[in-house]
Design a protein around this ligand. Structure first.
Ligand SMILES: Nc1ncnc2c1ncn2[C@@H]1O[C@H](COP(=O)(O)OP(=O)(O)O)[C@@H](O)[C@H]1O
Ligand SMILES: [Mg+2]
Length: 243
């Protein structure tokens, strides 16, 4: 892995009305890493992901992405936004077949659809269900479909917002395997929001704790979990934080 940043977050705040829900002075995401973003509910993890995916502009501050600087309020070109893809906790699927759902993203981009759809479905273990209506999939299958749909877009950054929350161990295992594979085979940078400390340890190279809209501590996973420097990280790691 390369220590070069892909995202540089500087003085970013996000306010809804008068309420400030995010305030990050300085935080980098490194090219090619798997970063686990952990923290209780409501601390701003999803808000940070929306900003990183350029879905919502921050109230103040700037994001530098792949060396290009975007100030809050500045338009981010579609070609840049398309380098980043999010998989949400509950995927929104079209009322179409499994394969049509996977092909849709490519079609929207005006790209030719050929073997990638089947290859991606094969990779997530859905090759036998290509013709099935997507809305009839189990939650684990639906989440694997969402991952296949994101994968074929070949983003430089994949943002995963609690992708395995409420899934059974079999599906969690399959998704974790895919995440690892996407990262190693394509060098895709991955930001994984998870409540699962074990998952963070299994997958990530670095972990960061968010509380009250701020990054409390970010470190190599081993250091983060074995010898956290901040008392709040210790409490979180020991499972003493309620969420
Ligand atoms: N569109 C919105 N309007 C108002 N408040 C919001 C909006 N989105 C998120 N929030 C608030 O921002 C805070 C952080 O939310 P979120 O980023 O979803 O947290 P997390 O993902 O860590 O659970 C929460 O208090 C939430 O209620
Ligand atoms: Mg969230």
């Amino acid at each position: 892995m390369n220590a070069e940043p892909i995202f540089e977050v500087r003085n970013v705040t996000m306010s809804y009305g008068k309420r400030c829900v995010l305030a990050i002075d300085e935080f980098d995401i490194l090219k090619g890493e798997i970063l686990a973003l952990v923290g209780p509910s409501g601390v701003g993890k999803s808000t940070l992901l929306r900003i990183l995916n350029f879905l919502e502009p921050p109230t103040t501050g700037l994001i530098r992405f792949q060396g290009r600087t975007f100030q809050s309020g500045q338009d981010v070109p579609l070609s840049v936004r398309r380098r980043v893809t999010t998989v949400f906790q509950k995927p929104v699927l079209l009322r179409r077949s499994v394969e049509a759902n996977v092909a849709y993203g490519l079609q929207l981009r005006g790209e030719r659809v050929n073997g990638q759809v089947h290859a991606a479905l094969e990779a997530v273990g859905l090759a036998d269900l290509v013709k099935q209506p997507a809305r009839t999939l189990s939650s684990g299958e639906a989440q694997r479909l969402a991952l296949a749909r994101a994968m074929i877009l070949r983003p430089d950054v994949l943002l995963l917002d609690e992708p395995t929350a409420n899934l059974d161990p079999y599906n969690v295992g399959l998704i974790e395997k895919m995440v690892r594979q996407i990262n190693t085979e394509h060098g895709t940078t991955i930001v994984l929001v998870t409540h699962n400390v074990f998952q963070a340890k299994r997958l990530a190279g670095r972990a960061a704790l968010m509380l009250d809209g701020r990054i409390v501590e970010a470190a190599d996973v081993h250091r983060f979990f074995e010898s956290p420097r901040d008392e709040r990280t210790s409490a979180f790691v020991r499972g003493e934080m309620v969420y």
